[in-house]
Design a protein around this ligand. Structure first.
Ligand code: C2E
Ligand code: MG
Ligand code: MG
Length: 261
């Protein structure tokens, strides 16, 4: 029954992709000091004709397992670059576009080339694009992963280490792999409210990022107390429901216009 269910879901996802039912929502990334929106993270949604808006936790596993993630990932990259270019034209100021990339995409031999291609057709400058990768990626072939990430960084694209501190974190990754930014996982942000040790740990990771010459962004910021601790610790960027939920491109445009004037 499970296999049938999976087959049905993956066929349906395929159809959804072909029928343009996938959409990107965007969550603001805010400068900790100025409070300005300096970027957004693109987050995948599936506008399902029957089930309504479906989130990545239901899409990504099916996409990964079926191999559809490659095509979906290409679509995400193209759509995100196109939208970032529109915002660049509308607002002049740089809005950094962060795109989540899966292990399967990064392992493709021509992945860096395909990003370069998307930048070229959208006309988006490489410095506006950032990719978010997770640690789960590096378990396999470290030297190969290093070379692949380096090629991407050499294009001028920033690389952010997502969900930092979860999973099989090895600090040696930070030395070996070319990251520009550490993304403090939501669990550490939540722990800020749960006693002195949680607060100390978050601050320590922010300091570590700074000492390594990397920027730091905190995700999942939900209240003022967390924001205050992160700001005081010098966290460069903050992201979370307190500062803005993931929203449609149109709503981001409104937000950018509102803060502009
Ligand atoms: P992520 O990259 O770590 O994204 C952050 C997730 O936390 C998002 O969930 C976001 O909606 C949620 N979030 C943001 N602020 C808060 C907050 O203040 N509180 C709480 N509780 N949650 C918050 P979402 O959109 O469901 O995405 C889940 C994961 O799916 C992402 O985690 C990412 O790993 C993956 N994903 C999303 N879009 C894509 C994509 O285009 N490609 C790939 N490969 N993965 C994607
Ligand atoms: Mg992410
Ligand atoms: Mg994350």
């Amino acid at each position: 029954a499970n296999a049938t269910h999976y087959m049905t879901r993956s066929l349906e996802l395929r159809r959804g992709l072909d029928n343009d039912e996938l959409v990107l929502h965007y969550q603001p990334q805010i400068d900790g000091v100025s409070g300005d929106m300096v970027g957004v993270e693109a987050l995948l949604r599936w506008n399902h004709p029957v089930h309504g808006l479906v989130g990545p936790s239901e899409i990504i596993p099916i996409a990964e397992k079926s191999g559809l993630i490659i095509e979906i990932g290409s679509w995400v990259l193209r759509e995100a670059c196109k939208q970032a270019r529109i915002w660049q034209d509308e607002y002049g100021e740089k809005i950094q576009m962060a795109v989540n990339v899966s292990a399967r995409q990064l392992q493709l031999a021509g992945f860096a080339d395909s990003i370069a291609h998307e930048l070229a057709i959208s006309g988006l400058p490489a410095e506006h694009l950032e990719i978010e990768v997770t640690e789960s990626l590096f378990m396999r072939d470290m030297a190969d992963m290093r070379a692949k990430l380096q090629r991407i960084q050499d294009l001028g694209i920033r690389i952010s280490l997502d969900d930092f501190g979860t999973g099989f974190s090895s600090l040696s990754y930070l030395r070996t792999l070319p990251f520009d930014q550490i993304k403090l996982d939501r669990s550490f942000v939540t722990d800020i409210d749960r006693g002195e040790e949680g607060r100390a740990l978050a601050i320590t990771i922010i300091n570590m990022a700074r000492n390594l010459g990397k920027t730091c962004i905190a995700e999942g910021v939900e209240n003022d107390r967390q924001l205050e601790v992160l700001r005081d610790a010098g966290c460069d960027l903050v992201q979370g429901y307190l500062l803005g939920r993931p929203m449609s491109a149109q709503d981001i445009s409104r937000l950018a216009t509102a803060t502009d004037g």
